[in-house]
Design a binder for this molecule. Structure first.
Ligand SMILES: C[S@@+](CC[C@H](N)C(=O)[O-])C[C@H]1O[C@@H](n2cnc3c(N)ncnc32)[C@H](O)[C@@H]1O
Length: 294
């Protein structure tokens, strides 16, 4: 294609994206859980957008820079990315040698990316996933788990980044049905080393066991009775755990209706509380169990 044609094709793509977006702007809200059974993100707009991203190729191609989507995910700033990079350098500097493979996570969905001195162009959200991987290495060693389960997975970015760094047999994704469709659409755009499975809380029987359970800003956003069900069916069956929490301390509105840290102490395997680094919310902390210093 000549330079002028490429330029025209880009404008046509942008116009098509904007027309499609405005056609759907007045779309009614879509919830998965009935009232009382919804997480903070099951707010009507998020699921409606996710369904559009699954159904419409041009929305999918740019889903990570959409305003509605960025309210729930992909809102890390350049500075957040920089702070994550500092932690990665401290906890798992060897991961920087794999930055080329990790960059795969910025190929699909048109995320906002920045030039980070010394490691090139990357999305700050990808750096956040890499920071979680650095924490996993630091806490659990070079193989954090052959059998991993993640609760509340977004589009599957944590899986893709972990797949590039760790030996994993099976990575199970648990989320709302349309979100799992988006994650599968996203992951199928790539080639994975591990195998993945998708499920919902209601499809789990509580019989499966895991080496590692992960949940970042997701388990902590669920109402208390659903958190208890996740503990009963999944978390107590995992040898190791890593949960980035944004509720439970009673400091902000986010804690309303969620399990408190004391409730969690009584229900989860014995755990340690670590500070979230970088701190991204007033009520944030990390719950870890099964780690090397435990
Ligand atoms: C704030 S996002 C965090 C996503 C991802 N962990 C990350 O760090 O980018 C919250 C996630 O929880 C998911 N979620 C909402 N309700 C859920 C439920 N009932 N069970 C599991 N996941 C749920 C959302 O779809 C979303 O993927």
């Amino acid at each position: 294609m000549c330079g002028d044609c490429q330029w025209l094709a880009k404008i046509a793509d942008l116009v098509h994206h904007n027309i499609t977006n405005s056609m759907f702007k007045k779309q009614t809200k879509r919830f998965i859980g009935a009232e009382g059974n919804r997480s903070d993100s099951d707010d009507g707009s998020y699921v409606a957008f996710v369904e559009r991203a699954v159904a419409n190729e041009s929305v999918f191609r740019r889903f990570r820079c959409d305003k509605v989507y960025r309210e729930t995910l992909e809102h890390a700033s350049f500075e957040d990315g920089l702070a994550c990079l500092d932690i990665i350098k401290r906890k798992a500097p060897q991961f920087l040698a794999s930055i080329g493979e990790v960059r795969d996570n910025d190929l699909v969905g048109a995320p906002l990316v920045y030039d980070y001195a010394g490691c090139g162009v990357l999305g700050p959200t990808t750096l956040r996933y890499l920071k979680v991987a650095a924490d996993l290495f630091w806490l659990f060693g070079e193989t954090p788990g052959r059998r991993i389960v993640e609760i509340g997975v977004g589009y599957g970015g944590q899986l893709l980044v972990s797949d590039r760094l760790f030996a994993i047999d099976v990575y199970e994704l648990i989320d709302l049905p349309p979100v799992l469709e988006l994650a599968a659409r996203y992951l199928e755009s790539h080639v994975l080393n591990c195998g993945y499975q998708t499920s919902t809380l209601n499809r789990k029987t509580g019989e499966d066991t895991y080496d590692l359970a992960i949940s970042n800003y997701a388990f902590s956003e669920l109402p208390g009775h659903i958190q208890r069900k996740y503990i009963e069916k999944i978390l107590i069956s995992s040898k190791r755990g890593y949960l980035t929490m944004n509720s439970g301390l009673g400091k902000t509105d986010r804690s309303r209706g969620k399990l408190s840290l004391d409730d969690l102490r009584n229900a989860l395997p014995p755990f340690e509380v670590l500070p979230e680094e970088p701190l991204t919310g007033p009520e944030n902390y990390i719950i870890v169990w099964g780690h090397q210093s435990a």
